[in-house]
Design a protein around this ligand. Structure first.
Ligand SMILES: *[C@@H]1O[C@H](CO)[C@@H](O)[C@H](O)[C@H]1NC(C)=O
Ligand SMILES: *[C@@H]1O[C@H](CO)[C@@H](O)[C@H](O)[C@H]1NC(C)=O
Ligand SMILES: *[C@@H]1O[C@H](CO)[C@@H](O)[C@H](O)[C@H]1NC(C)=O
Ligand SMILES: *[C@@H]1O[C@H](CO)[C@@H](O)[C@H](O)[C@H]1NC(C)=O
Ligand SMILES: *[C@@H]1O[C@H](CO)[C@@H](O)[C@H](O)[C@H]1NC(C)=O
Ligand SMILES: *[C@@H]1O[C@H](CO)[C@@H](O)[C@H](O)[C@H]1NC(C)=O
Length: 259
């Protein structure tokens, strides 16, 4: 019990000191390695806590999908269980019709790197909910560099769109192959009012929380939830925006499988 408390306070210290660190780093893009190291450290701390407390603290059956009072997302299908939890960090893409003075930005997919947060989700849900806003403070280097520099311990996959209506999660890494998870449009609800609006608290808001049903080819994964979003929303109007642009975001992704 005491040792569990020690780990909790150690993790909280890390979480609380991190924003100060990111402020000093805010003038320059930070290598993805920083985030990778952060998640590996969290994972190591959780493993450490597991040994010290002699309790199965990384048990995903203990992880509970966050909901908000305003959320109108359906609950996970009865019987579905959590297979994986990841923090996604990347960009939401948008297009603007620059020939139209009253145009509004149109969503054009997203690209994100997924970091393994399964252990944190099952052990320290409060800490998990801080991670998207923390991750948003760091810019990532290019995906090409990432595969060279990152350890598969922390990265659990990649998120992108395979076509305009198919958000895809590639959960295959050198370390583990959880497969491809193609999804389709599903349910959506606005992020809570107190969600982080963007990097450095500048931005246009947090993208919606989602429940995405999977398409054929997703193995036993039935549905994917995007919750605790931070940033990602475009400006309300296209005035002054280029034809294509990206908005930085982060979120928790929860993968549910049939049992
Ligand atoms: C991160 O990237 C965005 C968009 O590319 C840029 O506007 C912002 O200044 C960058 N932030 C840092 C800390 O480099
Ligand atoms: C300009 O954009 C607005 C908002 O999306 C739309 O209602 C309108 O039809 C567009 N006008 C033209 C000429 O495309
Ligand atoms: C995530 O990390 C945990 C240990 O911290 C590991 O058991 C699990 O297999 C990892 N999942 C993926 C998809 O990498
Ligand atoms: C997008 O991809 C999905 C899955 O492969 C497919 O079912 C769908 O027909 C595709 N849509 C378009 C417009 O190509
Ligand atoms: C969720 O979306 C499905 C279609 O994908 C729809 O049938 C269902 O009514 C929606 N549920 C809620 C609570 O909005
Ligand atoms: C949008 O996403 C694609 C990947 O799907 C990426 O290659 C591109 O650079 C992104 N940004 C813009 C402004 O199109």
């Amino acid at each position: 019990m005491l040792s569990e408390l020690w780990v909790v306070s150690a993790l909280c210290a890390v979480a609380l000191s991190a924003p100060t660190f990111s402020m000093s780093a805010v003038e320059r893009p930070v290598e993805m390695k920083v985030l990778s190291d952060y998640f590996q450290m969290l994972s190591a701390k959780v493993q450490e806590g597991k040994k010290m407390a002699q309790a199965p603290v990384c048990d995903l059956s203990r992880a509970v999908l966050p909901v908000t009072s305003s959320s109108t997302l359906p609950a996970p299908e009865p019987g579905n269980t959590v297979k994986h939890v990841a923090i996604g960090r990347g960009t939401q893409n948008y297009t603007c019709d620059t020939t139209n003075a009253t145009a509004i930005p149109v969503a054009a997919g997203a690209v994100a790197t997924l970091f393994n947060a399964s252990c944190v989700a099952s052990t320290y849900p409060d800490l998990l909910s801080l991670l998207p806003s923390l991750a948003l403070e760091f810019n990532l280097t290019s995906p090409d560099q990432e595969t060279l520099t990152l350890s598969d311990l922390a990265v659990s996959g990649h998120h992108f769109f395979s076509n305009a209506t198919t958000p895809l999660f590639d959960l295959n890494t050198q370390a583990r192959q959880l497969g491809l998870v193609p999804c389709k449009g599903g349910n959506s609800t606005a992020a809570p009012k107190d969600a982080v609006v963007g990097q450095n608290n500048k931005g246009f808001g947090a993208v919606a929380w989602l429940r995405l049903p999977t398409r054929d080819g997703a193995g036993n994964v039935q549905e994917v939830f995007r919750v605790n979003t931070a940033g990602g929303k475009p400006p309300a109007a296209c005035v002054g925006m280029p034809a294509t642009f990206e908005v930085q975001y982060a979120a928790e992704y929860w993968f549910f499988q049939s049992s």
